[in-house]
Design a binder for this molecule. Structure first.
Ligand SMILES: [Zn+2]
Length: 381
């Protein structure tokens, strides 16, 4: 046991290098390279970030990619991925990967779910095939996928839900965390626990304390940004910031807008993932330093400016709003590629800049300036 732990310690580390207010600048070391935190993980649902290539991901400065266990176990199947060298060998992405547990997608996508203490039975949304996803099965699938970081299998209650229902889901998440830990065997893979508890601070606190006892090397915060009012999410993050261990990475799952990232960092969050930059890019919505821009808008028909004049990404160096609008309106797939490159650059540059302000001890100043600018421009954060 001690030997196995020593082996894992040789591959993984998390160090907080600087602090500014509650914000932290850290470094996460994995078998496939290190990640500067706070970090944003582009979402590679099916083992690929939609519309872009590995070269684009390297160009925009992505350091870690998220892949979805649910999608990959259904298609092409985790056995095939394992046979071809896991996610790294299969996709060719040489950097770190994180896989989710599959739980969130089962609860949001799959049909005819049956939830028992054993796990979740469901039919594939692709072809109706029956599956049973349990903590043990999720660990086996994630072992096959071979990401650097795996997530414990959890129950995600919907929002809104009565306290009683969230209480039961939170208790089950702890029981499933025990089973996930017992079934997790790969020493070259870190396993994070997931804090649940909805918007209820008492349940969040209990969930966090129960997981801390299990000594996971990092903690995910699940069940947020599922429709609850933003102040509720921030209240939960404020509370968890006082409970979660300072020396371990904290990952806010599935969040969010650029402003959410800023507010998360302000509450000690180190890692984020979200489909917003990539999904919105495919729908023609760009994130810029002065807020959101919808390329479909007729005002950009003959606009020679790049999407964001202050951005140095490939798209902004080479492409006008007018041309992007034309590509998007014509249904050209290149539009999705160019806009994804810009949006990912915007997210990753923002976090790089945020990291610099933390190192310089000026994060709160920066946060106030950004919030003020967005408010002045009448942009919804
Ligand atoms: Zn750009």
């Amino acid at each position: 046991m001690q030997e196995a732990d020593a082996a894992a310690d040789a591959w993984f580390a998390f160090v907080v290098e600087a602090r500014s207010g509650r914000a932290r600048a850290g470094r996460l070391t994995t078998p496939h390279g290190s990640v500067e935190t706070p970090a944003f993980m582009p979402v590679g649902t099916a083992g690929v970030v939609k519309a872009v290539t590995r070269r684009d991901l390297a160009d925009v400065g992505a350091q870690i990619i998220l892949a979805n266990t649910y999608h990959l176990m259904l298609r092409p199947g985790d056995d095939l991925v394992a046979e071809l060298g896991g996610l790294h060998g299969f996709s060719g992405w040489p950097g770190p990967f994180l896989t989710d547990s599959g739980g969130y997608q089962v609860f949001s996508l799959a049909k005819l779910r049956t939830l028992t203490e054993e796990g979740v039975g469901f039919r594939s949304h692709l072809d109706g095939t029956r599956y049973l996803l349990t903590p043990e099965r999720s660990m086996a699938v994630q072992a096959n996928l071979g990401a650097d970081i795996a997530m414990a299998f959890d129950e995600c209650p919907p929002w809104p839900a009565p306290h009683e229902a969230v209480d039961a889901a939170t208790a089950r998440t702890t029981r499933w965390a025990h089973r996930s830990l017992a079934a997790h065997a790969r020493k070259d893979q870190w396993l994070f626990g997931i804090v649940q508890g909805g918007v209820h601070l008492d349940l969040r606190e209990r969930s966090a304390r129960e997981l801390i006892e299990l000594r996971f090397p990092g903690h995910g915060i699940g069940g947020l940004s599922v429709g609850e009012p933003k102040p509720d999410m921030l209240r939960v993050l404020d509370h968890l910031d006082t409970i979660l261990p300072e020396e371990k990475p904290r990952y806010l799952m599935g969040v969010g807008t650029p402003q959410d990232l800023l507010e998360g960092v302000a509450r000690g969050i180190d890692m984020f993932d979200c489909v917003l930059p990539t999904r919105n890019a495919r729908n023609g919505q760009l994130f810029t330093r002065s807020g959101k821009l919808s390329i479909r808008n007729a005002r950009y028909r003959s606009d020679p400016l790049p999407p964001d004049p202050e951005c140095a990404c490939f798209t902004c160096r080479t492409t006008s709003r007018a041309y992007l609008r034309h590509l998007h309106q014509s249904g050209e797939i290149t539009a999705a590629t160019l806009m994804t490159i810009h949006n990912l650059t915007h997210y990753l540059d923002s976090l790089r800049h945020i990291r610099e302000t933390i190192v310089l001890g000026r994060f709160e100043e920066y946060r106030a300036a950004v919030t003020q600018r967005l408010a002045a421009e009448g942009q919804q954060p």
